[in-house]
Design a protein around this ligand. Structure first.
Ligand SMILES: *[C@@H]1O[C@H](CO)[C@@H](O)[C@H](O)[C@H]1NC(C)=O
Length: 246
């Protein structure tokens, strides 16, 4: 999605009759004095398509955005409290805004800052270890809301030829997440034993930053991988002369 920016960016080329421009592509012209604004607009134009998915190019919907697993070590020691989150589903990723963008120049990577006002995360969790003084092994549902999310994305693209047309490819992507407000809790765990549920939720409430930090590295890596995959799925289906026109 955001990577798009760059792809457009890094390169050039021509033609494309109106008829073969897919509706999810908003074209930008090479000489446009507001080129960056145009690229931002092209990315934002993709929003509803990313939200629904684009079946003709096998691009999955990002609502929900799915991730396999995150393993979090939350307190130290042999009985340290550990949470594993599985089957993560994130809602709200398509509601992004492109805050800024810098195109790749020479060896410099492209950069983009993306803001997402609110992400809702649902997952299955299992935990082990001791929390404060309570044995906290169990499993159930994990819920979180991240508000004021900013993702700073950096990446490299290359160009390759296929059947006489040029296509962009995202070779590497990294991402740094900043989250303004975090709220998380669990439900359906410990046979609904209220004391254990409340103790765990108290811990999560008071330590939401710690939990977020424990997630951060893995989350950033997975998001970067998934975004890279999405971007490449789009790019391998859309020659660059379709979105970046002379
Ligand atoms: C649990 O967290 C979710 C997501 O942040 C929130 O919507 C829900 O209201 C919370 N539930 C409780 C009981 O705090």
């Amino acid at each position: 999605m955001w990577k798009l920016a760059i792809y457009f960016a890094a390169f050039q080329l021509i033609f494309a009759q109106k008829s073969d421009i897919p509706e999810y592509i908003k074209q930008c012209r090479r000489g446009d004095p507001q080129l960056i604004e145009c690229f931002k607009g092209s990315l934002e134009h993709l929003r509803p398509y990313l939200s629904r998915g684009i079946p003709e190019i096998e691009l999955p919907s990002v609502e929900p955005f799915k991730m396999d697993a995150l393993a979090l070590q939350l307190t130290d020691g042999p009985q340290g409290y550990k949470i594993t989150l599985k089957n993560l589903e994130v809602l709200g990723a398509s509601n992004f805004q492109v805050k800024s963008m810098k195109l790749s120049e020479g060896d410099e990577p492209f950069k983009a800052r993306i803001a997402m006002p609110k992400l809702n995360i649902e997952a299955k969790y299992t935990s082990s270890g001791v929390l404060l003084i309570i044995p906290a092994s169990g499993g159930g549902d994990f819920h979180a809301t991240f508000e004021g999310v900013v993702a700073d994305i950096t990446g490299k693209v290359s160009s390759n030829e296929k059947a006489g047309r040029s296509y962009l490819h995202v070779d590497s992507l990294s991402l740094v997440l900043n989250v303004k407000d975090v709220n998380m809790n669990i439900s359906g765990a410990f046979n609904n034993n209220r004391i254990l549920l409340e103790a765990t939720n108290l811990f999560l409430r008071e330590n939401s930053r710690v939990v977020l930090e424990a997630m951060q590295t893995q989350l950033q890596k997975k998001l970067a991988q998934e975004f890279g995959k999405l971007a490449n799925q789009l790019l391998k289906n859309v020659p660059k002369d379709l979105f970046y026109v002379d």
